[in-house]
Design a protein. Sequence first.
Lengths: 320, 276
Amino acid sequence: MLKSPASGSSTAPINQAETKAKIEASEKDFSLNAKDKYYALLFLGPSLLILGVFIFYPMFKTLYLSLFLTNTVGKPTVFVGLSNYINLLTSADYLNSLAVTMVYVLAVTALTIALGLLLASLASKKLAGIGIFRTLFSSTMGVSVSVAAIFWLFIFNPSTGFLSLVSTWLHLPMIGWLTDPMWAMVAVIITTVWMNLGFTFLILFGAIQSVPTTLYEAASIEGASSRFQFFHITIPSISPTLFFVSIVTLIDGFKSFGLIDLMTKGGPTNATNMLVYRIYKDAFYSGNFAQASAESLILTVIIALFTLLQFKVLEKRVNY
Amino acid sequence: MNVVAKPKLARNIGSYLLLTVLALVVLAPFFIGLWTSFLPTMQIAKGNFLSTDLSFQNYIDAFTQTPILHYLGNSLVISTVTMFAQLLFCSMSAYAFVFLDFKYKRSLFVLVLATMMLPFEAEIIPNFSTVKAMGLLNSYSVMIIPFLTSAFGIFMLRQSFKQMPAELKEAADIEGLGHLQFYWKIVMPYNRIPLITLGAYSFLGAWNQYLWPMLTTFSNSFRPVQNGLRQLQSEETFNDWGMIQATAAIVVIPTLIVLFVGQHYFKSGANEGAVK
């Protein structure tokens, strides 16, 4: 759930941009007291303790475990160096997981951004009662993962589901949603995009609102069509936000677990066996903690890379 | 205006039509779910989706035959405690990074930032061993303690605290306010909007937890609502679609009301933040 807050903070500093020098100067003004270090311990201690125990220590422990073989209770037995990694990266099964995760993440991000942009630009029109549509478009933000799964599991249900009913009414061929490997992936993608839409819409809508209206007025006087205005004013003006939302959606996609567990359990035939689901299965079902640790570390590297990219964007925006 | 532009009315009708169609598509899963929650499972199983045999029976069954209210209660406790803990510990840490002077301040801040790159999902194996060793399995604490603070919250509040006018601190020093007083009486009230935002996000974050509670809770006494709904589906009620949809509606309706009401406040909050 990092995604929502991250973008919240990204918009704030823009409004109150301050030069770096000024910030540093004021930081110096604030430092007066030699007793500060005791206060620092008091104020910072609890957070550092929690982050240390539940974020830092486990990362090193995961790295350590990934270099060993482990027994069934997860205790390391034999040091094997990088062979867990080599086994993973040469296993067709794991490469399949990497590939399906990539497909899922890219499809979800592209569709979420495209649809979010469509809704946001339509909702930015100055029409009477447009506020109602804004509220409705953001409504999927209030849907948690298990509720979304129930809604869509019924829609995709092969025997009594809504889509199979519609297919019967319209005499269309039945699609094996959730039972056919390809369609199961499509079903999971649709559900994820639907869940993401409310949040993405709100962020992109906010960004479009903050584009100076004078730009549009000038373009209208020049006789630019609204399509031209959208591609040559709106999109470039909100590109930092677009990029930011894309990365947040990507990272969230890599961490997907709940929907997979609720909708497909990684199946059929591993078609939706994504990285986190795999870690969970390998560790807590098969008891292969060493391999699951190596998988965890690979996931960490992927997410760390995208987070760094996100920091870069954030940094740019702070110094806007 | 463009000479070839269509008459305004026709264009507006087109926009409304498109907006309505899209709104219907976005809302369809809600409507379908809500509709089936009023149908007897018998009718759903027979494919009589348009049956008019509507009743509240599924809701009565859900309340009386499933621990759905208990699940909701668990989630409410976990999310509320997590939210207040994060507000406290994140703001305290942010305060230290902005208003205190101590050794290794910059390195420690970079270290906190670095934790944002490490996904909790990739650390479940050692974390499971840790909470097991602490004897926390199957309790509220196991779902709260690892999330008492958040690197993101610290970062976000630090950004806000840094933007406070320096005169406030100077005035506080003249008044003789210590750090504790300045933190509690000046910094916290001044930053109520970022604090409310962080509160909303940390509450939602805890509410939407799925993997961690699934690993660490085994009984309905502590199971939060996300995993509770999964539990109901995995039991024999799986094909009782009417009741399953009723439980989903019971969970989602309060959230939607809060969202719709809250959006008004969030909007004014965002504006206030912009003007400040």
